[in-house]
Structures are given as C-alpha cells and as structure tokens.
Ligand binder design. Structure first.
Ligand code: GAL
Length: 688
C-alpha cells in the first residue's frame, strides 16, 4: 500500500468537529436541480443548522460530459455558495457511477457476474474494480478535482467513491486474481496444497489456469471461493487507496474517507479501517424489525471499534422510508431522532442523511429526504430543524469515546469460510449469532467493542466469541493470555473449526482451544426440527428456572474437566454436555456446544458478566435476570449518559446522582421516567 491514512489528517476530523460541533447534513445533489433551487436549499440548510454536506457522489457525467472534458463551473458555484453560507463540504470523487460513454467506448470497464453476464449502464456502480481503463479514468477525475479544490475553503473532507462493494468475475478480474494468488502463494504447488486440489481432480499446472469462481457444474472449491473474497476486498481497497493517494499528492490536507456499510459481506473492513482518516458508515435499519435498535447499535459499536475507539461519522441514513425494500415502512420523525442520538451515543461525531432534497426523477424518487417533495412545510423538515437544534446542544460529547468492558470477536474471513455451502447445516449463520449475543448485552446496558481476530483481548473483562469458524493461532494465543489474566470468555458452537484457508483442523475440537475450554468435541451435527430438551444442572445458580433447549446445530462433546452446566436430555446426544464452564488460571471459560434457546444464552451471559463484575451504563452491577426496562438503551459516552427509549412503555430509571439533561438544559432528579420514543443525554454537575 502506498501510504496509510495520515495521522495528521486523522486528527483533521477531530479538528473539524471541534470547530463545527457535531457534523450534521446529508448528500447534496444540486446537479439534479435548477440554480434557483440551490438558493432555497442553502437557506433551508442554514435554518436547520446543517453544517456539512456531501457533494458530487454521482456527478461524474456532470463534470466530464465527454471523455477528457471538464465542466467544473457549476461545482465552483455550488461550493462558493455553500461556503458563503457557512456550510462545509465533504467533496466526493464521483467514481462510483461512470457515465454511459465509458462502458460504451470501453466495454472492458463493465463488471461481469459469476454467470458471465456483462452488466451495463443505465443504473449505477457499473464498473470493474479490476479494469485498468476504469481505474485510470477514475484516477484522472479524482486528481483533477483535488487539484482544483484542495484549497477551496468550503472543502473540509474528501469522500472517495461510494459504498465500495462491486463484484466482478470477468477476464481482467481473472488476471488480477491470479496476480494476487501468486503474491500470496509464490508457487502453484503451494496453492494446490492449500486449496486441497487433490479433491475432485482440481490440480492446476500454472496460475494461468485459475479462474474466479464462475458458474460451475457443482460446488466450487471453498478455499478458492474464500481467496476470491479476500482478493475482491483487496482489489476494491486498491481502488480506494489509489484515489486517496492521488488526492493527497495534490497537497490536500483534509481528512479522506469512504462510506462503509456495516456488516457488509463483501469487504473486510478490518483491513480497510486504518486506510481511512475517519470511519464513516451508511445505516439503513429496517423499521419493521423488532431488533432494529439493538442490531444497529452493534453496527455502531463496530464502527467505533474499526476506528480504535475514535469518533466516527454516520454518513448516510434515511430520515423516513427507503425505497429499495419490497415494503418500505417509514421511520417516524421521533424514531429518526432516536436513531441520530443513538449514533452519537455510540461514538459518532457526525450524522448525515441520504439525501438533502428528495429527487423528482430517477430510481430513488420515493426515497425519503430531509426536504421532501412537499417542501419545508412538512413534519419531516420540522423534524430536521429539531435535530439540528438537538445536535448543537450535544457539543460537549465531541471527541469522547465509549469505554467497553466486553469485547465481541468478529472477523470477515471467518464469516466467509463459515458460510460456504455444504456444511452440517446451512442454518447456522455467523451474523445472526453475533446479533443474538450482542442483544443480550444491549438489553442490560453493557457496552461492547467489536474485536478483530488477532487483537489483544486481556483489556476486556469478558470476551464473547459467538461463532468464529476460523480461529488462527494468534487469536487462540490471545484468548489463552486473556483468560490467564482473568478475562471471562464465552465461546459459541462450531468455533475454531478450520485454519485460515478453511482446512478443517485435525483432532478433538476446537483443536486450538479445548484445553482452555476443558471440554472437547468429536462430531458436528444438525439437529432435527423443533427444540431438543436440555437439562440444567441444579447446582448452577441462574436466578430463575430457565427454558433450556437446543436447536439447529450441536456438537458431540465430552467434559475433560469442565463443569457441565447443561446437558442434552434426549435425542442422539442424550447425556452429552451442551454448556460447560471451566476455570483456567485466573479466568473462566464457558462453551456452548449447541445453538441454545435465548433464555439459556441469557443465563450464560449473565453468569459470565456477573462473574467478571461487569457494570452497566448506570453503574450498577449486572445481576442475573435483571435487564433494563424493555426497549430502554443506556450508553455512557465519556461522562454523558444516553438514555434512549425505543420501547412502547415509559422506562423508570434510578440514576447514580442528580444529573443535567443536555437536550432540555434542565436538571433531573435521581428517579426518572423516560417516555416511549424519548431521549435524555445526562451529565453530572453541569452548571451552564
Ligand atoms: C446508499 C447509497 C445512496 C442511496 C442510499 C439509499 O446505499 O450510497 O446513494 O442510494 O443507499 O438508501
């Protein structure tokens, strides 16, 4: 990689927020509107307290109407207008959506899917990340933009491309993939060994014979598939870094970023996050999901963790409904407000929407926007004004982070390898398990970081490993060190199964962890439909009786010294442990040899949190069976306590002290009721 993110420009986002306060705005696409509308736009932005807009994400055709031409005049005027009105700009390179002429003149710039179909212009994102011609055109426009605007006073941030995630199986992708494999393996013999090509007569004589995993008669080699995913993530990263470096080479000093997409399946954000000056994310939780609030909190904790705890930016979200689901339930303006405050609670120093003004045409004509078709005399826009006012009051949280005592292990290659086809069950899904486990923390008000494989883990009191199919020796060693130092670790089923290339580790499982666990397995098995009964050990104090069942997947385990907290009561595994607990040096390890019921999972997590002495955001010890009121989210960011009621009942909370609500600028006593849909941001001892 040419250069990493630059520490001085990483600090640039902090400086920007010290200057502006929390960033607030949205994607601004003035090229869709006549100039007369621009003046209204800016007037409304000022009214709402918008201080940062992203310009140019889809402006390639407007800037380069024909190959090599540059039409910058309109953009000069937009940037000048915004600057005159005190609105900063996050200027995008428009490289996510090439104009039709590029694919027309150079069909090789268009991506090819796994079935060999070349995708064409008429939508967006039609580029091959492997195409040399695409990349040179993208670089040229990024460089010219940066040369022209690096010193423009409106430009305070750069936004490269948009939501990198394109897949391509074409001939140029094949060439780049082969180069990537050569760099990784050196020789074809090594590749054959790692990929296990003796199976099904797949041995390659040279790298030239290797193809991306295109349509095959039957199952693709899972190691080939895993490497193609790694290559795809790296190739997309190259598209980002080369534009970033071109911008930097013009002398631009602003922070540079691109927008992530939460747990996006095609890009390994752990390998990207140190390449951006500020982590930025696009979040579109489905209002129809009962778990939306907890699941998006997990994404937000991932974003904070990707940036090593530093403030991040919520780059895109919907103010109401999106338009790309089959059935698009809108957020109410109250829910949109809670969503914004939630991002800030989890460490965001900026929140922006897609988009500023709703498009009258095009595929997103029904996607909500800050200024809807009906204009500013609307509930939506009044909600936007209210948000601007709220965010101004939260300036004291800028720069602060969330201290978490729990870490959740998650890595993309493990997710990829763990979901290749042809497993004991296709119903064990990594992200689902991570979400289930995280929700247990969320409803207790316990803060968590998401932790990358290989990181040191002893900084956490509790580490959760919901499902890590791949566990490499460095992660296994970090787990051993952490437990030795007193950390409590809870490990879920089908973890530590394979090595980094997806090759199944030989021996009783999990091969690298069974001494730590004090139990080991010899068979992975799908369970029959319906719940399988488990018996909970009577000596295990879990507060109240627990509905203990397993479903979908289990392991044939035996205890090698661990206590058995629950065992199979019937079925083929009757009498075998399902949940174990083991003291190892200064710490303790729980192992779940099955997908267990929510109640049992909750009891295990309570046990570990209590054993480790973890406290919730209110400063209370976590006690078995005592979560926060339903729907209440409690997060401590720096010294500010965020209470957000996503539920439908008032939540009664006892605060550690009398506090001051930044949102209402008033004192609150120790006993507070947080109304449904309401929020408080409380700090101790403020005298304003
Ligand atoms: C994002 C994208 C935006 C807009 C938005 C709609 O994926 O970056 O340009 O399309 O979705 O929800």
């Amino acid at each position: 990689m040419a250069q990493r993110a630059d520490p001085s420009t990483s600090a640039g986002f902090r400086a920007l927020c010290d200057d502006l306060g929390l960033c607030f705005g949205g994607d601004y696409n003035p090229e869709q509107w006549p100039r007369s509308v621009w003046n209204d736009d800016v007037e409304l932005m000022v009214r709402a307290g918008v201080n940062l807009v992203t310009v140019g994400v889809f402006s390639w055709a407007a800037i380069e109407p024909s190959p090599g031409e540059r039409a910058f005049g309109w953009l000069d005027d937009v940037l000048d207008l915004l600057h005159r009105n005190g609105i900063a700009v996050d200027l995008a390179t428009p490289t996510a959506s090439p104009p039709p002429w590029l694919g027309h003149l150079h069909p090789e710039t268009l991506p090819v899917d796994a079935d060999g179909v070349r995708l064409v212009a008429g939508s967006r994102n039609q580029f091959s990340p492997a195409s040399a011609v695409y990349r040179s055109h993208a670089l040229a426009i990024a460089r010219d933009l940066a040369e022209r605007y690096a010193d423009h006073p409106a430009v305070r941030m750069w936004h490269v491309g948009n939501e990198y995630g394109q897949l391509d199986h074409g001939d140029e992708a094949a060439r780049e993939f082969r180069g990537w494999l050569k760099r990784r393996y050196g020789t074809i013999e090594r590749l054959n060994d790692v990929w296990g090509t003796t199976v099904w007569s797949q041995a390659y004589r040279s790298f030239d014979e290797i193809l991306p995993p295109r349509r095959t008669p039957y199952l693709v080699n899972p190691a080939q598939s895993l490497d193609f995913r790694r290559y795809t993530s790296d190739q997309l990263l190259l598209c980002y870094t080369e534009q970033r470096d071109a911008i930097r080479a013009t002398g631009a000093r602003q922070p540079i970023t691109t927008n992530f997409m939460g747990f996006f399946p095609h890009v390994d954000y752990w390998s990207w996050s140190d390449e951006v000056d500020v982590v930025a994310d696009d979040e579109y939780p489905d209002p129809a999901s009962e778990h939306a609030a907890a699941d998006i909190a997990l994404v937000q904790d991932l974003m904070r963790s990707l940036g090593h705890g530093r403030p991040w930016m919520l780059m895109e979200q919907a103010i109401g409904a999106v338009s790309w689901r089959e059935h698009n339930l809108p957020k109410t303006s109250g829910a949109a407000r809670l969503g914004v405050l939630q991002a800030v609670a989890h460490g965001a120093d900026g929140v922006a929407f897609f988009q500023w003004r709703q498009s009258h045409s095009g595929a997103e004509r029904f996607h909500s926007a800050m200024v809807p078709h009906a204009g500013a005399d609307t509930e939506v826009f009044r909600g936007v004004e209210r948000l601007g006012a709220d965010l101004r009051r939260l300036k004291p949280v800028v720069g602060h982070s969330v201290e978490a005592s729990v870490g959740i292990l998650f890595g993309w290659p493990s997710w990829w390898a763990g979901e290749e086809p042809a497993r004991p069950t296709g119903r064990l899904r990594t992200l689902e398990q991570v979400q289930r486990w995280y929700r247990e923390l969320w409803r207790r008000g316990v803060a968590a970081d998401v932790v990358r494989p290989g990181a040191e883990l002893d900084v956490y009191r509790v580490v959760l490993v919901p499902h890590s199919y791949l566990i490499e020796p460095d992660t296994a060693a970090a787990l051993h060190r952490a437990v030795a130092a007193g950390t409590r670790v809870v490990i879920g089923p089908f973890s530590g199964v394979a090595d980094r290339n997806g090759r199944i580790l030989q021996g009783r499982s999990p091969v690298l962890l069974h001494e730590l666990i004090g139990a080991s397995g010899e068979e992975w098995t799908a369970l029959p439909e319906g719940p399988t009964l488990l018996q909970v050990d009577e000596a295990w104090d879990v507060g109240a009786p627990v509905a203990a069942t397993a479903s979908v997947f289990a392991e044939r385990l035996r205890s090698d010294g661990a206590e058995v907290l629950a065992m199979f009561g019937d079925g083929a595994l009757a009498g075998h442990p399902a949940v174990t607990r083991h003291r190892f040096a200064g710490g303790r390890v729980w192992y779940l040899g099955a997908i267990v019921s929510d109640a049992l999972l909750s009891a295990v997590i309570d046990d570990a949190l209590q054993d480790a002495g973890v406290e919730n955001a209110l400063g209370e010890a976590v006690l078995p069976g005592r979560p926060l009121p339903v729907g209440l989210e409690a997060v401590r960011r720096g010294s500010a306590l965020f209470l957000l009621n996503h539920g439908s009942e008032a939540a009664q909370v006892t605060l550690p002290a009398t506090m001051h609500d930044l949102l209402t600028n008033s004192e609150v006593g120790r006993a507070v009721a947080v109304q449904p849909g309401a929020a408080m941001v409380l700090i101790e001892g403020l005298t304003q």
